[in-house]
Structure formats: C-alpha cells, structure tokens
Design a protein around this ligand. Structure first.
Ligand code: ADQ
Length: 463
C-alpha cells in the first residue's frame, strides 16, 4: 500500500493497545479498523473511553504500536452523559433501530452531542495533514465532517454508518432531523451497510431535503456539493479469523463446550447485551420449542454469551433484568438436578475461544430485531467444520440477511417462527447443511473486511 495517502480514522472509541482501564465489549468496529490502518501506517483518533477533564484543556494521548498511531482524548462526565449515553445511545441508537418507544429527545443532550463533535474537530484537525484521507465512523460523529470543513479542511473525508438508516417516516420524529442530514452531505462519500439502508437515506434526501438524487450513479447533490452515497457491506477479517481453528485456545474452547454438554446438541448465541439483538425474544422462541417438543429437553442446550454494554443507560439495565428473569423462569421450570437447558454467561471471550464455541455448536442463533450488518453471523459461518457444518438461524432484519440468504431466515418477533427454525435445523440432512454452508462461506470469505476497506477507500480516493 506504499504510495497511498495516509489514512486517518476517527471514531468514538479507539482500541488502544495498552488501554488504561479494562476494555469492555468493543463491538465489531475495532477489529475491522485495525486491519485497515495496519498497512497504511495510519492514525486513529477518538475517545479513550476514560473520564477526566484533560480533554477540555486539549490534552491528547498518543502511542504507536504495530504501525498504527492512536491519539485519544478523555471526556468529562458531563460529555459522557450528554454525548455518549445521551444523544448517541439514548436518541440516535434507538431511533435508528426502529425503537421510537425508547428514543429520548432532550435539548441538553443534543447540545452535548454538538459540543463534543466540535471538540473532536478542534483537537482532531491539527493532527490531519493536507494529503491525508479521513474516514469518520458511525452515528456518534455524524456532524464531524461539517465541523472539520468549517475549520478549512479540504481533505477527502468519508463517513461510514455501521447501524441501519431508518425509514423516513421514523427519522422525521427526530427534532432538527434536517440539520443532521445536511451535515452528512459535507462528506465526499457516505457509506451504508446495505442497499436497504441506503435507499432509506436517499428517500429522505429526495423527499424531505429536496436534494437531487441520482440513484444510478449513487450521488446526492445539495447546495452545490455532491456526495457519493453507496452500500459497502462490512465483513470479518477472514485471513485472521479463518486461521483461528489451528489455534490451541480455540481447540480447547471447542473441547470444553463439547465435553461439558456431553451428548446434548449445543445451540449458541453471542451478542453484546443490547435490546436490538433480540435476546429475550430468542429465549421466548427457545421456550416455545421446548413447549412443543418436551421430549427434546435432554437433547439440547442453549448457550447465550452476552457481555453487558452501555450499563449507564436505563434501557440497558432494563434489558439485562428482563433477560435474567426469562432465563431464570425457563431454567426453573425445566431444569433437572443434572441438567440445565439455558446457560447464560455475562462475559466476553477472546475471538479464538468464540471460534471454538461456534465450531462446537451445531446451531447458531443470530436473531436481532434490527442490525446494521451483524458480524457474529459471519463469524459463526467462518468457524464451521466444512465436513460437518452447523446451521445458522438468522433474523431477516439483520443487514447480514441480504448476503447470507442460505441461512434459515426467521422473523425474530415470532417465537413460533424461531421454534420452527430450530426444528428445521435439527432435522437438516448433512448434504443440505453442506450446500448452504458452501454458499455462505463464499460470501463471508469474499466480502471480508479488507475488501470492504478497499472498496470504501477506493471510492473516497476517486471522489
Ligand atoms: P455490534 O452491534 O457490536 O456492531 P456485531 O456486528 O455483531 O455487533 O459485532 C460484534 C463483535 O463483537 C463481533 O466481532 C463479536 O465476535 C464480538 N462479540 C460479541 N459478543 C462477544 C463476547 N461475548 N465476547 C467477545 N466478543 C464478542 C456494530 C453494528 C453491527 C455491525 C458492526 C460492524 O451494530 O450491525 O455489523 O458494528 O459494522
């Protein structure tokens, strides 16, 4: 990649190699971006995840490791409350995941969001050289491109949205929605996970903003500026992930899972503990399966791995409590002294261990109510044994469903549908499992994170 301009990535959180605090669940973004930055000797700028007043005085921590320089600022408690827990995670996240019932519209948090975006621009702009290309990530930083431009930056600046873009009729419930979208049109390229989210965005631009939308070329022209808007489905780091099978830690994890479940068939779910992931609805589906198939109770075990996230946001405390209650109910009603149908684990694991668990589980349940893409679905497929692959049960409302059409697709709101899908998966003959696996693995391998980065940065360079 020598000769390419330096890449500057800006995202809410930065995965700092030697973080001061214990790292929580980092989500799909971290691994994806590290791969992109590694071979461009890039710079990654964002929040350290720490709370202090030092960011207000302009202090930035930098370190270089593995060819990647990270530059991080701390946020004050007020910034964290208003920008991160507030506007980003209590307004935009629920709204963009179709949860109007959970979306809070508060003037103060909206102001905090703008203030922190302005701080990112103020501290980020001096780190950016004239030749750099700049890639901003996700809903926390939508206005950042416009803020950087107002400081005179002429660089190519792109933006990728990792979560869905809601339908116009939902989006307009956001106060000042037009202001937010106008800031997006200061980027040269705006990327979405799927064609569906892209179309929702274009619909808004055309019908609410009255911008000129050219669907054929994927451009939006507004007030003299043209922005490329396209879908770039994110993938996993295939090179790295597919090799984990040779790793001792992965083998050990697989062995641990198999020996602890004895002859029972393991089903697995792995998600950040988030209401968008449909975990209580999944447990309802499993409960329904046991209601309909009481004879199967000794043959199956469901393992749900869900490390807590965003614990300071009320709706996340509620989902955690609801889930604990549901698992407790089913286990209380259906356990025997020597057998528990649901194992619910509140912690994170390494990718190698997850690989081993995925490989040991004959059914992967990925049933979000809404999800930009969902990398767990792709990781589950990538971890399967080609000679005896497991079955992926996937929500039709995950972005990944547009690509993994050979999964068993379900409506995650329907316990009957989930129960039926489990039946199909259990009964599926080996040749059909292999046929579906081969189609899905080709997509997971080819639409990997390296190609995602390449496609986005190619469009950004040519913009
Ligand atoms: P997330 O909502 O975090 O990401 P996802 O795409 O599934 O969702 O990525 C989660 C990542 O975290 C996966 O790599 C997974 O292995 C890891 N993870 C989950 N649970 C874990 C656990 N218990 N221990 C360790 N690791 C765990 C957001 C969007 C998605 C989009 C991604 C990337 O919400 O729709 O796919 O960004 O763009």
């Amino acid at each position: 990649m020598t000769g390419d301009p330096r890449l500057v990535v800006i995202s809410n959180r930065v995965a700092v190699p030697k973080a001061r605090g214990a790292a929580g669940a980092q989500g799909g973004l971290a691994g994806a971006l590290h791969a992109a930055l590694k071979d461009r000797k890039g710079l990654w700028f964002g929040w350290s995840g720490e709370e202090s007043e030092s960011g207000r005085t302009g202090h930035i921590d930098t370190q270089t490791s593995d060819g990647v320089t990270t530059a991080t600022l701390d946020l004050s408690q007020r910034d964290i409350d208003e920008y991160y827990n507030g506007y980003a995670n209590s307004t935009l996240w629920p709204l963009f995941h179709d949860r109007l019932d959970l979306a809070e519209y508060e003037r103060e948090t909206a102001k905090g969001y703008e203030r922190v975006n302005e701080r990112f621009a103020e501290l980020g702009a001096p780190l950016i050289d004239a030749e750099d290309i700049v890639w901003v990530h996700d809903y926390h930083l939508i206005p950042l491109g416009e803020r950087l431009r107002s400081r005179g930056l002429k660089n190519r600046i792109g933006f990728f949205l990792h979560i869905p873009w809601p339908a116009t009729r939902m989006f307009v419930s956001l106060p000042y929605h037009e202001r937010l979208v106008r800031t997006l049109l200061f980027y040269d390229v705006v990327g979405f996970q799927t064609q569906e989210w892209l179309e929702s965005f274009l619909h808004y631009c055309e019908n609410e903003l009255r911008a000129e939308v050219d669907k054929a070329s994927g451009t939006v022209t507004f007030e003299g500026r043209t922005t490329i808007a396209r879908a770039y489905p994110i993938g996993i780091d295939w090179e790295h992930f597919s090799k984990l099978g040779e790793n001792g830690e992965a083998r050990q994890a697989q062995q641990r899972l198999i020996s602890s479940t004895r002859r029972r068939i393991a089903m697995i779910g792995v998600d950040r503990l988030d209401y968008s992931k449909g975990i209580p609805e999944r447990i309802d589906g499993i409960g329904r399966f046991f209601d309909k198939n009481p004879e199967s109770i000794r043959d199956l075990v469901f393992i749900q791995i869900a490390p807590p996230s965003r614990e300071d946001v009320g709706s996340y405390q509620e989902i955690r409590a609801a889930l604990e209650q549901k698992c407790g109910q089913i286990n209380g009603a259906r356990s025997e002294v020597d057998m528990v149908p649901i194992r619910y684990v509140n912690r994170g694991y390494s990718h190698a261990e997850l690989f081993g668990f995925f490989r040991g589980a004959k059914i992967g349940l990925v049933t979000p109510l809404r999800d930009g893409m969902n990398l767990v679905a792709k990781e589950y497929v990538a971890a399967q044994d080609p000679e005896d692959p497991g079955v992926l049960i996937l929500s039709r409302f995950a972005g990944a469903a547009a690509q993994l059409k050979d999964a068993v697709l379900v409506n995650p709101h329907s316990p009957d549908d989930i129960a039926h899908a489990i039946r199909i998966a259990l009964d599926m003959p080996l040749d059909e499992r292999k046929r579906r696996y081969e189609k899905m693995i080709a997509t997971v391998r080819d639409d990997n994170v390296q190609n995602w980065t390449r496609d986005f940065l190619r469009d950004l360079s040519e913009a």
